[in-house]
Ligand binder design. Structure first.
Ligand code: PGA
Ligand code: ZN
Length: 451
């Protein structure tokens, strides 16, 4: 199994106590193990494995971003000559040393205490001592172990008896930005299918759109493989050409634009904007904040766009305010680099009217508990909440479970190719199947405006 947890009845202990038979498990952590594994870009990353007294194990792998926000938890990388300085021997040593010493003997079912302990042990504001990569791998592994001990899949362990929905998937068709050597400025050209009747139908529709886009690229002599997250390499001369190609692909499928399916963009503007100045790589133009808002507003008027992420840079809160005031009533506006999965930042943004949705990336926060707090802050503010992968991923499917178990409503994983992406979509399909008739798809209800 992708995340390597398993539970069987043999792992439970039936204890006789005062003539009562208690069915219980011992969730004390007996062993913590870190190892180096490889991510989807062929770079080193951290895997953590947690063993409990009842015999179960939980395992998880840290992902890694390329277009990172400056407020994110910092991955500990070794520097030096090997692997471009990206090795994680120090982070792995932290798992096997300081973190193992801290967690051995603790109760894995108390995730909040485990995570608080690790954050305190790190002692830095950006998790730079132990490493965000060491922390998030361990935090997620603890979650897997606790769920396994409870005999439940992670999503069910998190949800308890609460009703949950299957997430609306946000799926990349063309890659761009930092994930495609800046061939186009926009990082993700995606589709969302809120008009589908189920999660699996949304995937069916997206598969048709992905196929149609590939065929159109081939016909035009522009098919050049895929970018970091599995979307087609963006051999376009301008951002609008990519939007037109996406529209053409959707039209090929016969799906209805705006009612069944819409476009979603991650501008990732922090990558090309600073101090209110945005330099577009494709045509060499430099725009100010107002110019960016006008350009994106033009796209909103001309294309069926349902969601825009990081429309302006993380250092441009005023831009977020202007854009949200103007378009927040008809478009989801997501803060990623701007909010970095931080509950306080989400609360502040909501108060100021900046953005109406938050991306939830566990490794931006560093721990499961903090990521959950950011999600709760988003829900409290009426924000859309989107659990998200990173551009550097692995076979780890924890986020698929978080999106369902936390009832996030939305899931963003990259494209519809490359196994580190499809692993997540496929895991949600399994969850959907296990729910049977009780499976509810979030659809339009996941978006923070009236569709
Ligand atoms: P990243 O990209 O993982 O490279 O940061 C994902 C995103 O910006 O949403
Ligand atoms: Zn983003």
């Amino acid at each position: 199994m992708g995340n390597g947890w398993s539970a069987s009845n043999a792992m439970y202990s039936n204890i006789q106590f005062n003539n009562r038979s208690l069915h219980m498990t011992d969730t004390t952590i007996t062993h913590v193990h870190g190892r180096r594994v490889w991510d989807s870009r062929g770079r080193p990353t951290v895997e953590a494995e947690i063993t409990l007294a009842c015999g179960v194990t939980g395992r998880a792998i840290a992902p890694a971003g390329a277009s990172t926000g400056s407020g994110e938890a910092l991955d500990l990388r070794d520097g030096g000559a090997a692997f471009g300085g990206l090795d994680v021997a120090n982070a792995v040593a932290c798992v096997n040393g300081d973190i193992a010493n801290l967690l051995t003997g603790r109760d894995a079912s108390d995730q909040a205490a485990i995570d608080k302990g690790m954050v305190e042990l790190d002692g830095t504001p950006n998790r730079g001592r132990l490493g965000g990569n060491a922390l998030v791998a361990t935090s997620m592994a603890v979650l897997h172990a606790a769920a396994a001990a409870a005999g439940r899949p992670v999503w069910h362990y998190l949800a308890g008896d609460r009703t949950v929905r299957l997430p609306l998937p946000e799926i990349q068709i063309f890659g761009g930005g930092a994930h495609a050597a800046r061939r186009v400025d926009v990082q993700d050209f995606m589709v969302m299918c809120p008009g589908a009747s189920s999660f699996s139908e949304a995937l069916n529709w997206t598969a048709e759109i992905y196929r149609a886009a590939g065929a159109l690229m081939k016909q035009a002599g522009k098919l050049q493989g895929v970018a970091d997250e599995g979307g087609y390499w963006p051999t376009f001369d301008c951002n609008e050409e990519a939007l037109d190609a996406l529209l053409a692909a959707i039209n090929e499928t016969g799906l209805q634009l705006g009612t069944q399916v819409g476009i979603s963009l991650d501008i990732a503007a922090s990558e090309f904007g600073r101090n209110g100045s945005y330099r577009l790589a494709l045509d060499g133009r430099t725009l100010d904040t107002e110019g960016m808002v006008r350009m994106l507003g033009g796209w909103l008027d001309n294309y069926p766009i349902l969601s825009i992420e990081d429309p302006v840079a993380e250092d441009d809160p005023a831009g977020f305010g202007i854009f949200t005031k103007e378009y927040g009533h008809r478009c989801q506006i997501i803060g990623d680099d701007y909010l970095v999965t931080n509950a306080q930042r989400v609360a502040n943004a909501a108060l100021a009217g900046h953005a109406n949705a938050v991306l939830i990336k566990p490794n931006q926060a560093g721990t499961i508990t903090e990521a959950h707090e950011a999600l709760v802050a988003g829900k409290k503010a009426g924000f859309g909440t989107i659990v998200s992968a990173r551009s550097g991923e692995t076979e780890d499917v924890t986020i698929a479970h978080l999106s369902v178990g936390w009832d996030a409503g939305q899931l963003k994983v990259g494209s519809f190719s490359r196994s580190e992406r499809t692993a997540k979509w496929n895991e949600v399909l399994r969850i959907e199947e296990s729910l049977g008739k009780q499976a509810v798809f979030s659809g339009w209800g996941a978006l923070p405006f009236q569709g």
